[in-house]
Design a protein around this ligand. Structure first.
Ligand SMILES: *Cc1c(COP(=O)(O)O)cnc(C)c1O
Length: 354
């Protein structure tokens, strides 16, 4: 059997585990600690099963309208996809070229969402990693100084949790109006400042967001991009060259209901941010280094013990977190902020371990 050359070299993304062997306190994949809005439950209850005979709206027109209203833009500025992972994936063929046809590197951080190099390799787009500073913050000028065909920033960054101020993003957008700045705002609902308002001013800025974290809907797979109409059209061209029906009917209805209930989501996400700040303080007092997080997880370490050791010790005691091997990440664990009770158990278990 003949396989493509590509298939033997691709290194796919490894998702956080979803184990079934026993009941864990699950703090490893940054899902929201609280359930989705009650409006979501209502929307699911109102579904007529017979409708599922028909294909969904391929343009997700009503959802785009609801998102446009939420963000103060037009429907032509919204693109929806099957999770923001898919939207990010579509961005590579939409905006970047392969080396053979003149593509220079796309830039992203050395410590960031590990799906970015996977997409780059899948679409054979050249990339260059730009090291974060010693303290794990982004140095905007490092990006501005390098030759590139686009910049991908995760803001707040994962797995560090650290946010870049929007002035930094605007600086990059203005540095070269011909190349795209792509901002992944998966965690922007936990205290970060969104760059969405800047998309009205600059046609080379695209912001990608998701319902998975802030809207507590990782189970439906819905993400979207906000940007100038030309950028959105390019994404539609890629989508319609791949799969016209990326969002199913149920997902569209659920996402519409969720995006209208901002009061509920503001409440739960503020609660998560408060638990995070309190937990960070407690852990610092106990001698841990906790990076300053603007997301629903914390990245922490303690001198004298490795991240893998912490991860395995917690796992054995029923608390699941995430560990990333590597020179700059191997000392740390990334821990999703759970409910008050889950967080208390995590802190107690961690302290018993160290
Ligand atoms: C979770 C996550 C996503 C993907 O979210 P989905 O919408 O569930 O595909 C994208 N980027 C980052 C940084 C994430 O952590």
């Amino acid at each position: 059997m003949r396989y493509s050359k590509l298939i033997s070299v691709l290194k796919p993304y490894t998702a956080g585990e979803q184990p079934k062997d026993k009941k864990y306190i699950k703090l490893n994949t940054n899902e929201n600690a609280y359930p989705p809005s009650p409006a979501v439950k209502e929307a699911i209850g109102a579904v007529d099963y017979a409708e599922l005979r028909l294909y969904p709206d391929p343009e997700a027109t009503e959802l785009c309208g609801a998102l446009a209203q939420k963000h103060g833009v037009l429907s032509e500025n919204i693109f929806t996809g099957n999770g923001s992972d898919e939207v990010l994936g579509f961005c590579f063929p939409a905006f970047f070229d392969r080396k053979e046809i003149g593509g220079v590197p796309v830039l992203f951080a050395d410590v960031t969402y590990s799906f970015y190099p996977v997409y780059a390799n899948l679409y054979q787009i050249p990339y260059e990693v730009v090291p974060l500073k010693e303290d794990y913050t982004v140095d905007i000028e490092d990006y501005a100084a390098k030759k590139n065909q686009g910049i991908l920033l995760c803001n707040p960054n994962a797995p560090t949790g650290i946010a870049v101020p929007t002035e930094g993003i605007e600086r990059l957008v203005k540095a070269d109006r011909e190349r795209l700045v792509l901002v992944d705002e998966a965690y922007a609902d936990f205290g970060g400042v969104s760059a969405v308002p800047l998309t009205k001013k600059y046609d080379n800025l695209l912001v990608v967001r998701t319902f998975s974290k802030g809207a507590s809907l990782a189970g439906i797979r819905c993400g979207y991009a906000v940007g100038a109409a030309g950028l959105i059209r390019a994404l539609q061209t890629v989508k319609n060259s791949f799969n016209s029906y990326t969002l199913d009917k149920l997902t569209q209805k659920i996402a519409i209901a969720a995006c209208k209930d901002t009061a509920y989501y503001d409440m739960i996400n503020e609660r998560i941010s408060n638990i995070r700040d309190k937990a960070s303080e407690t852990l610092r007092k106990k001698g841990f280094t906790v990076l300053p997080s603007s997301s629903n997880f914390i990245f922490l370490k303690k001198d004298g013990i490795g991240g893998k050791e912490l991860f395995l010790g917690l796992r054995e005691r029923g608390v699941l977190v995430r560990y990333f091997a590597g020179a700059r990440t191997g000392d740390f664990i990334r821990v999703t902020i759970g409910t008050e009770d889950e967080t208390e158990i995590f802190i107690r278990t961690l302290c018993n371990l160290t």
